[in-house]
Design a protein around this ligand. Structure first.
Ligand SMILES: NC(=O)c1ccc[n+]([C@@H]2O[C@H](COP(=O)([O-])OP(=O)(O)OC[C@H]3O[C@@H](n4cnc5c(N)ncnc54)[C@H](O)[C@@H]3O)[C@@H](O)[C@H]2O)c1
Ligand SMILES: [Zn+2]
Length: 367
């Protein structure tokens, strides 16, 4: 796989390169002429990939400053961003340096946001190390941090110069993190491609590298097609938020005890339920979606009971909300979302929303 795409925002070229065994490669994707790099990662990925990559870059005569933070969604904050920026300033990294974001979506969202504002913007490259990162978070240029009010509320769209995907980096990924990436893949099939949904409707073996590479490439193609069609998220890009209006609220309310993917899987079911109740999605298709979510073993039990009021309060700050009224992406059928006059999201009657959040929390409701 070697796919070059063009995104409308500067910098204009993003490369998605399949680069097996990255750590043993000649790192040809690094920008020519740049000698000083800030490598941002988390402390778990630092040991697995960050330090060996730094060593390899130093062998090539490059200057690499590695900065890491404690892993986890709870660290994706303005405070961590500021700490990283101060460390970079202390290392005298200037506008002539380049940032490498190496890790899962938490690292790449946060490090991308650092790159966007550091010295008014420096170039950066992304090396995703989670499945979720490879199929979703590294693509489309969204960067940002969470606040106590909710997920990803502060940020900017700032695409990297290159995304370097090496599926062999996934060997060490824990099962729960693997499943998290599968939630976004299921989402991609649901919003855009029924045949692809069918293909991944049952879990596939992790060790089949050829198959895995093909599936990652398919996901990249879907995400890139949607983001290129609507880079500023005025319409069709919102479809990538299927399951996320509910999902983000659950993630926030759980204090990030729920992983992003696990929360999105529940969100997909709830928003599928809304789609059926509003007369759009055939009920038998929701059954197929449930079977798929269950086949992947997503835990559907919430860490505690959430009241409708607290879920709604959280959703009022969702970026699709209008006048603080949450809006939802709904399915017409597997493979297609509803357009709602090009808005690709709609408000839902309060009573139905209450019913859906009750359904979500009934024992076995979503099974
Ligand atoms: N920007 C976007 O378009 C976009 C899209 C989807 C999700 N996201 C964001 O992505 C984040 C979730 O990303 P994530 O699930 O990758 O989380 P993450 O970055 O927290 O990584 C998950 C865990 O896996 C560990 N890990 C990473 N790579 C590993 C490897 N190769 N081997 C072993 N362990 C490894 C990390 O240390 C971490 O503990 C959320 O903040 C979400 O909002 C962003
Ligand atoms: Zn997501």
């Amino acid at each position: 796989m070697h796919l070059t795409i063009t995104l409308p925002q500067a910098p204009s070229v993003t490369e998605v390169i399949d680069c097996p065994h990255l750590l043993r490669s000649d790192l040809a994707f690094l920008p020519k002429g740049v000698r000083r790099f800030a490598l941002i990662t988390d402390s778990a990925v630092e040991k697995l990939i960050g330090l060996p990559l730094k060593k390899r870059m130093e062998e090539l005569g490059l200057e690499v400053h590695l900065f890491s933070f404690i892993p986890g969604e709870a660290q994706k904050t303005r405070k961590t961003k500021q700490k990283l920026e101060d460390q970079m300033l202390e290392a005298h990294l200037g506008r002539d340096s380049c940032l490498l974001a190496v890790g899962g979506g938490v690292v790449t969202d946060l490090a991308g946001f650092v790159a966007a504002t550091y010295c008014r913007g420096i170039p950066y490259l992304v090396i995703p190390t989670t499945l979720l990162g490879m199929v979703d978070a590294s693509l489309g240029g969204k960067t940002g941090v969470n606040t106590p009010h909710g997920k990803n509320l502060i940020g900017v769209i700032y695409p990297p110069q290159a995304v370097v995907i090496d599926p062999t980096l996934l060997k060490t990924l824990p099962e729960g993190q693997w499943r998290s990436g599968c939630a976004e893949m299921i989402k991609h099939g649901l919003i855009r491609d029924a045949a692809f949904f069918d293909q991944i409707s049952r879990p596939f073996p992790r060790d089949d590298l050829a198959k895995l590479t093909e599936i990652i490439a398919k996901n990249c193609a879907i995400k890139i097609a949607v983001t290129e069609a609507d880079p500023k998220e005025r319409g069709v890009r919102r479809t990538l938020n299927l399951g996320h209006t509910i999902g983000h609220a659950l993630e926030t309310l759980s204090g990030y005890a729920l992983s992003h993917g696990d929360a999105v899987a529940i969100g997909i079911l709830v928003e599928g339920f809304l789609s059926v109740q509003m007369g759009h999605l055939p009920a038998k298709e929701l059954t197929l979606i449930k079977e798929t979510i269950n086949a992947y073993g997503f835990p559907l039990e919430l860490p505690r009971k959430f009241s409708y009021e607290e879920i709604r309060e959280c959703m009022m700050l969702d970026k699709k909300a209008q006048s603080a009224v949450p809006r939802f992406v709904l399915l017409k059928c597997i493979g297609e979302t509803l357009s709602f006059g090009g808005e690709y999201c709609t408000v839902v009657d309060e009573a139905l929303l209450r019913q859906a959040t009750d359904w979500m929390q009934q024992k076995g409701g979503m099974l």
